[in-house]
Design a protein around this ligand. Structure first.
Ligand code: NAD
Ligand code: UFG
Length: 359
């Protein structure tokens, strides 16, 4: 499949006059970070990845270099380790930071909240301290629609209440958002974009990178592709009595490549005239669980066995974005369809077993 893809590095050798800004990407070996790395290289940025590989495969750096057509610099280290961070900041002249590194399981955060506050809050704090020390003043931060908790109304705008998430993971995002905004207010030369993702799914169309969680996946799309791959598996639908179009939960699924493009747009905004901003990254469309299953069956030609199960504790009925701010301010919008998301998720599943592919 790679042959069908022009190497991005090759495309870039043709670019003339593009400034080679160097971007430090924390969590760049993970699901979203790796797709953003590809998009950054495509736009002529240099990238330095920093990751402790707690939830990433050691295959990712090779896949990225193959996909990007250039060697990607990867440093293995933990964000909470000040000396590891300082090594990178002192070795490289970093222009901007994209911060993806963090733990992201809602259920795990309920079971072990201190691990989440320690990793996500202290890790982000240490990163901001190192940025200040090395005078790096542009930051794009991964936040989540989980900060909105159970939304009062949909579509959700950025000015909706975002202080009362239903789980400790979400609270770590609220705290980090506040920390970043306070830092911006204290230093007018520091600029930051806070991006609230809705439900990222899909994979790079090459099938070389995708979501590769350690342990059992908990999200709908990887469980759906697992069910498609295993004829004995039955997908559980958590609740069919929500006040939605067909009773099942409604979400705003966004293709990870669209999400990645949104990050480059945000970085450009940080780099120019804007000091700080918060933007939803979603499509603005809500699909129910049953609609996703049907779309997958049609796109991939595979029947999914499912059963209705009780509601999953902590789930909200319906969550989708108002995307008008991102459209106007970032000049970005998601382009890929639910069919694209299903096809690319399935290609990734077929080429890489989700369970046990970590090395
Ligand atoms: P991921 O787990 O695939 O990637 C996170 C990466 O960070 C992993 O490679 C992991 O090894 C690394 N990491 C974790 N803690 C670290 C630490 N202390 N030091 C160094 N590296 C560390 O997750 P993802 O889906 O790519 O998510 C990226 C970011 O986006 C996270 O901050 C997540 O909370 C946020 N987010 C994700 C989703 C989603 O559904 N995937 C939704 C909203 C927000
Ligand atoms: N669902 C099922 N069966 C499953 C898994 C999920 O029916 O086996 C349903 C859920 O009940 C929900 C929908 O599919 O209605 C989506 O569930 P996901 O677990 O895929 O995603 P969530 O919306 O629950 O959560 C995701 C991320 C969170 C993030 C949130 C908002 O996992 O980290 O989106 O961005 F905070």
């Amino acid at each position: 499949l790679l042959n069908a893809w022009t190497s991005i590095g090759e495309q870039h050798q043709c670019r003339v006059g593009k400034a080679h800004l160097k971007v430090f990407v924390t969590g760049g070996a993970g699901y979203i970070g790796s797709h953003v790395v590809v998009e950054l290289v495509k736009h002529g940025y240099e990238v330095v990845i920093f990751d402790n590989f707690s939830n990433a495969s050691s295959n990712v750096p090779t896949a990225l270099s193959e996909l990007c057509g250039v060697q990607i610099t990867v440093t293995s280290g933990d964000l909470r380790d000040a000396s590891a961070l300082e090594c990178v900041f002192s070795d490289h002249s970093i222009d901007a930071v994209m911060h993806f590194a963090g733990l992201k399981s809602v259920a795990e955060s309920v079971a072990d909240p201190l691990m989440y506050y320690d990793n996500n809050v202290l890790g982000s704090l240490q990163l901001c301290k190192s940025m200040r020390k090395y005078d790096v003043k542009r930051l794009v931060f991964s936040s989540s629609a989980t900060v909105y908790g159970d939304p009062i109304s949909v579509p959700i705008r950025e000015d909706a209440p975002a202080v009362n998430p239903t789980n400790p993971y979400g609270m770590t995002k609220v705290i980090c958002e506040k920390m970043v905004l306070d830092l911006c207010r204290s230093d007018p030369s520091f600029s930051a974009g806070i991006l609230r993702y809705f439900n990222p799914v899909g994979a790079h169309p090459s099938g070389l990178i995708g979501e590769d969680p350690k342990g059992q996946p908990a999200n709908l799309m990887p469980l759906l592709t697992n069910a498609a791959a295993d004829p004995t598996a039955v997908l559980k639908i958590y609740g069919c009595d929500y006040p939605t179009k067909d009773g099942t939960g409604v979400r705003d699924y966004i293709h990870v490549c669209d999400l990645a493009a949104g990050h480059v747009a945000a970085l450009n905004r940080c780099s120019t005239d804007s000091q700080h901003f918060i933007a939803n990254l979603g499509t603005g469309n809500g699909f129910s669980v049953l609609e996703v299953i049907r779309a997958f069956e049609q796109a991939c030609g595979i029947k999914i066995a499912y059963q209705i199960a009780p509601r999953r504790p902590g789930d909200v009925a319906i969550c989708y974005a108002d995307t008008s701010y991102a459209t106007e301010f970032l000049n970005w919008r998601a382009e890929k369809t639910l069919k694209d998301m299903c096809l690319d998720s399935w290609r990734w599943q077929e080429q890489n077993s989700l369970l046990g592919s970590h090395m």
